[in-house]
Ligand binder design. Structure first.
Ligand code: SF4
Length: 239
């Protein structure tokens, strides 16, 4: 693969993109128009350009992790964790990371979520004796506005500058305390499931504002598949 030139590589990416798109269309029953498809493909190319060295360096991989014999904090209910996380390896050191379509700002606004997630994976990695660097990050694939604008206006100089300034990696703090806090939170969720407590949060939670001024409802509920049957959402949004 690394002997291909850039044009050949982009052709290959286009092929993979088309095959993946067809697969998703067949399995989900959803399709998008040509303009949206081109925008999605552009995002793939930009992601490739930005992370080319890391990808071709063979540093990126993914690993399945699990941890058993866990107990919930209040009711001592046994549970286990398992999942798959991306890894980046440099100088023999493995760093855990999550890829998301959220923007850098959205990740920073929702940093607790990423901190909990990556600390749970760090805990599982430790239990499986995987030697990690102790660092983690969230990688945003969302294209920043200045890059989109430079592409739209065809300003190649501004595009190069914007690509250079684009920093899609958000560092996530990993520590013993953060691991314990994340384990406790997930344990409380296990208890709720075990006790069949599925009530949605109160409306005050839906109103809660993030740093960008948007509410929990705009950030989370608008993307929630069960919102049309959620009492809190229906009452709050009137939809
Ligand atoms: S719409 Fe979904 S995310 Fe929002 S409160 Fe209801 S269940 Fe939770």
């Amino acid at each position: 693969m690394n002997k291909m030139n850039d044009a050949e590589f982009e052709n290959k990416l286009r092929e993979f993109f088309e095959a993946n798109y067809e697969y998703l269309k067949e399995t989900s029953g959803h399709s998008i128009n040509q303009a949206m498809k081109e925008q999605a493909l552009e995002q793939v190319f930009l992601y490739w350009k930005k992370h080319k060295d890391m990808i071709l360096g063979g540093e990126i991989s993914s690993v399945k992790l699990s941890a058993g014999n866990l107990r919930t904090p209040n009711q001592n209910i046994p549970f286990a964790l398992e999942g798959e996380i991306n890894t980046s390896e440099k100088d023999g050191q493995i760093t855990l990371f999550d890829i998301t379509t959220k923007s850098r700002e959205q990740i920073e606004n929702d940093i607790d979520f990423y901190q909990d997630e990556l600390n749970l994976f760090a805990y599982e990695a430790e239990k499986m004796s995987l030697e990690t660097s102790g660092k983690a990050f969230a990688l945003s694939t969302s294209i920043p506005k200045d890059i989109r604008y430079a592409i739209k206006t065809g300003d190649t100089e501004s595009l190069q500058e914007a690509l250079q300034n684009w920093n899609p990696l958000v560092p996530i703090e990993c520590s013993k305390d953060a691991q314990e806090a994340a384990l406790s939170k997930i344990g409380e969720v296990v208890e709720k499931i075990h006790n069949c407590e599925f009530d949605p949060p109160p409306i005050s939670e839906l109103k809660k504002k993030y740093k960008d001024g948007k509410s929990f409802c705009s950030h989370v509920c608008e993307n929630c598949d069960i919102r049309k049957s959620c009492e809190s959402y229906i009452t709050y949004s009137g939809k």
